[in-house]
Design a protein around this ligand. Structure first.
Ligand SMILES: N[C@@H](CCC(=O)N[C@@H](CS)C(=O)NCC(=O)O)C(=O)O
Length: 214
Protein backbone atom coordinates (compact mmCIF):
# COMPACT_ATOMS: atom_id res chain seq x y z
CA UNK A 1 0.00 0.00 0.00
CA UNK A 2 1.44 3.35 -1.03
CA UNK A 3 0.86 6.31 1.21
CA UNK A 4 2.18 8.85 -1.24
CA UNK A 5 1.57 9.33 -4.94
CA UNK A 6 4.52 7.96 -6.93
CA UNK A 7 6.34 10.21 -9.38
CA UNK A 8 8.52 8.45 -11.96
CA UNK A 9 11.04 10.98 -13.13
CA UNK A 10 14.34 11.40 -14.91
CA UNK A 11 16.56 14.13 -13.54
CA UNK A 12 17.60 15.81 -16.81
CA UNK A 13 14.34 15.44 -18.76
CA UNK A 14 12.84 18.91 -19.30
CA UNK A 15 9.28 17.57 -19.06
CA UNK A 16 10.16 15.95 -15.74
CA UNK A 17 11.96 19.08 -14.52
CA UNK A 18 8.95 21.32 -15.11
CA UNK A 19 6.75 18.76 -13.40
CA UNK A 20 9.00 18.49 -10.34
CA UNK A 21 9.06 22.30 -10.13
CA UNK A 22 5.26 22.45 -10.03
CA UNK A 23 4.93 19.57 -7.57
CA UNK A 24 7.59 21.05 -5.29
CA UNK A 25 6.05 24.49 -5.48
CA UNK A 26 2.61 23.07 -4.63
CA UNK A 27 3.99 21.56 -1.43
CA UNK A 28 2.37 18.19 -2.21
CA UNK A 29 4.57 15.28 -1.19
CA UNK A 30 5.21 12.45 -3.60
CA UNK A 31 7.54 9.45 -3.60
CA UNK A 32 10.18 10.04 -6.25
CA UNK A 33 11.39 7.17 -8.41
CA UNK A 34 14.40 8.13 -10.49
CA UNK A 35 14.32 6.24 -13.78
CA UNK A 36 16.99 5.35 -16.31
CA UNK A 37 15.36 5.72 -19.73
CA UNK A 38 17.34 2.87 -21.25
CA UNK A 39 16.06 0.52 -18.54
CA UNK A 40 12.61 1.61 -17.42
CA UNK A 41 11.15 -0.12 -14.40
CA UNK A 42 8.41 -2.64 -15.15
CA UNK A 43 6.24 -0.97 -12.49
CA UNK A 44 6.28 2.25 -14.50
CA UNK A 45 5.56 0.51 -17.81
CA UNK A 46 2.73 -1.44 -16.19
CA UNK A 47 0.93 1.76 -15.29
CA UNK A 48 1.96 3.75 -18.38
CA UNK A 49 2.95 1.55 -21.34
CA UNK A 50 3.89 4.53 -23.56
CA UNK A 51 7.09 4.70 -21.54
CA UNK A 52 7.69 8.44 -21.19
CA UNK A 53 8.53 10.31 -18.01
CA UNK A 54 7.11 11.90 -15.99
CA UNK A 55 4.41 9.53 -14.75
CA UNK A 56 2.38 10.09 -11.61
CA UNK A 57 0.53 7.23 -9.97
CA UNK A 58 -1.96 8.34 -7.35
CA UNK A 59 -2.68 6.41 -4.18
CA UNK A 60 -6.05 5.25 -5.63
CA UNK A 61 -4.23 3.86 -8.70
CA UNK A 62 -5.11 6.70 -11.10
CA UNK A 63 -2.27 7.36 -13.54
CA UNK A 64 -1.39 10.76 -15.01
CA UNK A 65 1.31 10.43 -17.65
CA UNK A 66 1.59 13.81 -19.36
CA UNK A 67 3.72 16.52 -17.74
CA UNK A 68 1.11 19.23 -18.30
CA UNK A 69 -1.61 17.14 -16.67
CA UNK A 70 0.57 16.43 -13.64
CA UNK A 71 1.40 20.13 -13.36
CA UNK A 72 -2.30 21.01 -13.42
CA UNK A 73 -3.07 18.25 -10.90
CA UNK A 74 -0.55 19.81 -8.50
CA UNK A 75 -1.22 23.51 -9.05
CA UNK A 76 -5.00 23.19 -9.05
CA UNK A 77 -4.74 21.79 -5.52
CA UNK A 78 -2.19 24.30 -4.32
CA UNK A 79 -0.57 27.21 -6.15
CA UNK A 80 1.18 29.26 -3.47
CA UNK A 81 3.29 31.19 -5.99
CA UNK A 82 0.29 32.04 -8.21
CA UNK A 83 1.73 30.47 -11.34
CA UNK A 84 -1.61 29.57 -12.88
CA UNK A 85 -3.01 32.22 -15.22
CA UNK A 86 -6.08 33.92 -13.84
CA UNK A 87 -7.33 35.71 -16.95
CA UNK A 88 -8.62 34.06 -20.11
CA UNK A 89 -6.14 36.04 -22.19
CA UNK A 90 -3.18 34.84 -20.09
CA UNK A 91 -4.49 31.31 -20.16
CA UNK A 92 -4.64 31.34 -23.97
CA UNK A 93 -1.17 32.84 -24.25
CA UNK A 94 0.24 30.29 -21.79
CA UNK A 95 -1.21 27.44 -23.83
CA UNK A 96 -0.02 28.95 -27.09
CA UNK A 97 3.54 29.31 -25.82
CA UNK A 98 3.67 25.83 -24.28
CA UNK A 99 2.22 24.30 -27.46
CA UNK A 100 4.80 26.11 -29.51
CA UNK A 101 7.52 24.86 -27.18
CA UNK A 102 6.33 21.25 -27.04
CA UNK A 103 5.22 20.73 -30.63
CA UNK A 104 7.55 22.95 -32.69
CA UNK A 105 10.61 24.12 -30.78
CA UNK A 106 11.24 20.72 -29.15
CA UNK A 107 11.40 18.98 -32.54
CA UNK A 108 14.18 21.28 -33.72
CA UNK A 109 15.87 21.20 -30.33
CA UNK A 110 16.19 17.41 -30.58
CA UNK A 111 17.56 17.65 -34.12
CA UNK A 112 19.98 20.41 -33.08
CA UNK A 113 21.13 18.37 -30.10
CA UNK A 114 21.52 15.14 -32.05
CA UNK A 115 22.33 16.65 -35.47
CA UNK A 116 24.54 13.67 -36.39
CA UNK A 117 21.42 11.46 -36.30
CA UNK A 118 19.59 13.80 -38.74
CA UNK A 119 22.09 14.32 -41.58
CA UNK A 120 19.36 15.59 -43.99
CA UNK A 121 20.16 19.12 -42.77
CA UNK A 122 23.05 20.85 -41.03
CA UNK A 123 23.25 21.62 -37.34
CA UNK A 124 23.05 25.33 -38.22
CA UNK A 125 19.78 24.74 -40.06
CA UNK A 126 18.22 23.03 -37.03
CA UNK A 127 19.46 25.79 -34.75
CA UNK A 128 18.00 28.47 -37.03
CA UNK A 129 14.62 26.74 -37.01
CA UNK A 130 14.72 26.57 -33.21
CA UNK A 131 15.63 30.26 -33.10
CA UNK A 132 12.17 31.20 -34.39
CA UNK A 133 10.87 30.40 -30.90
CA UNK A 134 13.83 32.03 -29.13
CA UNK A 135 13.07 35.25 -30.99
CA UNK A 136 9.44 35.15 -29.88
CA UNK A 137 10.51 34.73 -26.27
CA UNK A 138 13.15 37.46 -26.57
CA UNK A 139 10.49 39.87 -27.89
CA UNK A 140 8.22 39.11 -24.95
CA UNK A 141 11.07 39.75 -22.53
CA UNK A 142 11.71 43.17 -24.00
CA UNK A 143 8.64 44.55 -22.29
CA UNK A 144 8.46 42.33 -19.22
CA UNK A 145 10.74 40.52 -16.82
CA UNK A 146 8.95 37.22 -17.49
CA UNK A 147 7.02 35.77 -20.39
CA UNK A 148 3.57 36.92 -19.33
CA UNK A 149 4.39 40.02 -17.34
CA UNK A 150 6.44 41.03 -14.36
CA UNK A 151 5.61 37.95 -12.32
CA UNK A 152 6.75 34.39 -12.85
CA UNK A 153 4.02 32.24 -14.33
CA UNK A 154 3.44 28.72 -15.55
CA UNK A 155 4.66 29.69 -19.03
CA UNK A 156 8.16 30.46 -17.66
CA UNK A 157 8.26 27.33 -15.54
CA UNK A 158 7.06 25.05 -18.33
CA UNK A 159 9.47 26.46 -20.92
CA UNK A 160 12.78 27.34 -19.26
CA UNK A 161 13.93 23.69 -18.83
CA UNK A 162 13.82 23.37 -22.63
CA UNK A 163 15.74 26.61 -23.18
CA UNK A 164 18.30 25.30 -20.69
CA UNK A 165 18.67 22.18 -22.82
CA UNK A 166 19.03 24.30 -25.96
CA UNK A 167 21.66 26.55 -24.33
CA UNK A 168 23.71 23.54 -23.24
CA UNK A 169 24.08 22.18 -26.76
CA UNK A 170 26.56 24.96 -27.51
CA UNK A 171 26.96 27.14 -24.47
CA UNK A 172 29.40 29.53 -26.18
CA UNK A 173 27.05 30.10 -29.08
CA UNK A 174 24.11 30.78 -26.75
CA UNK A 175 26.10 33.10 -24.48
CA UNK A 176 27.27 35.15 -27.46
CA UNK A 177 23.95 35.14 -29.27
CA UNK A 178 21.67 38.11 -29.75
CA UNK A 179 19.17 36.75 -27.18
CA UNK A 180 20.34 38.92 -24.31
CA UNK A 181 17.06 39.11 -22.40
CA UNK A 182 16.58 35.37 -22.76
CA UNK A 183 20.08 34.71 -21.40
CA UNK A 184 19.29 36.74 -18.28
CA UNK A 185 15.88 35.14 -17.93
CA UNK A 186 17.41 31.66 -18.11
CA UNK A 187 20.22 32.54 -15.68
CA UNK A 188 17.63 33.79 -13.20
CA UNK A 189 15.74 30.47 -13.24
CA UNK A 190 18.90 28.38 -13.06
CA UNK A 191 19.91 30.22 -9.89
CA UNK A 192 16.54 29.75 -8.16
CA UNK A 193 16.77 27.63 -4.99
CA UNK A 194 13.63 25.80 -6.14
CA UNK A 195 15.36 24.75 -9.37
CA UNK A 196 18.44 23.55 -7.53
CA UNK A 197 16.21 21.69 -5.13
CA UNK A 198 14.49 19.72 -7.89
CA UNK A 199 17.84 18.99 -9.59
CA UNK A 200 19.30 17.10 -6.64
CA UNK A 201 20.77 13.79 -7.72
CA UNK A 202 18.95 10.66 -6.66
CA UNK A 203 20.08 7.09 -7.23
CA UNK A 204 18.18 5.05 -9.79
CA UNK A 205 15.06 3.62 -8.17
CA UNK A 206 15.00 -0.11 -7.46
CA UNK A 207 12.10 -1.91 -5.83
CA UNK A 208 14.00 -2.60 -2.62
CA UNK A 209 14.66 1.11 -2.08
CA UNK A 210 13.16 3.03 0.82
CA UNK A 211 10.63 5.69 -0.16
CA UNK A 212 12.30 8.91 -1.24
CA UNK A 213 9.83 11.57 -0.20
CA UNK A 214 10.12 14.52 -2.54
N1 LIG B 1 4.37 14.61 -23.79
C1 LIG B 1 5.16 14.01 -22.75
C2 LIG B 1 6.60 13.94 -23.23
C3 LIG B 1 7.53 13.32 -22.20
C4 LIG B 1 8.83 12.82 -22.86
O1 LIG B 1 8.94 12.74 -24.08
N2 LIG B 1 9.83 12.46 -22.02
C5 LIG B 1 11.03 11.85 -22.57
C6 LIG B 1 12.26 12.18 -21.75
S1 LIG B 1 12.73 13.88 -21.84
C7 LIG B 1 10.89 10.35 -22.51
O2 LIG B 1 10.46 9.82 -21.51
N3 LIG B 1 11.26 9.65 -23.59
C8 LIG B 1 11.18 8.22 -23.62
C9 LIG B 1 12.49 7.57 -23.93
O3 LIG B 1 13.48 8.28 -24.19
O4 LIG B 1 12.54 6.35 -23.91
C10 LIG B 1 5.02 14.84 -21.47
O5 LIG B 1 4.80 16.05 -21.57
O6 LIG B 1 5.07 14.26 -20.37
Amino acid sequence: MNHLPILYSFRRCPYAIRTRLAVKSSGIHVALREVVLANKPKEMLACSPKGTVPVLQLVDGTVIDESRDIIMWALEQSDPQSWLPNHVHDEKETLRLIDCNDYEFKLYLDKYKYADRFPEQSIEYYRQQAEVFLRQLEDKLHNNLYLLGNDISLADIAIFPFIRQFAHVDKNWFDQSEYKKLQKWLAYFLALPLFNDVMKKYPRWTDDQAVLAF
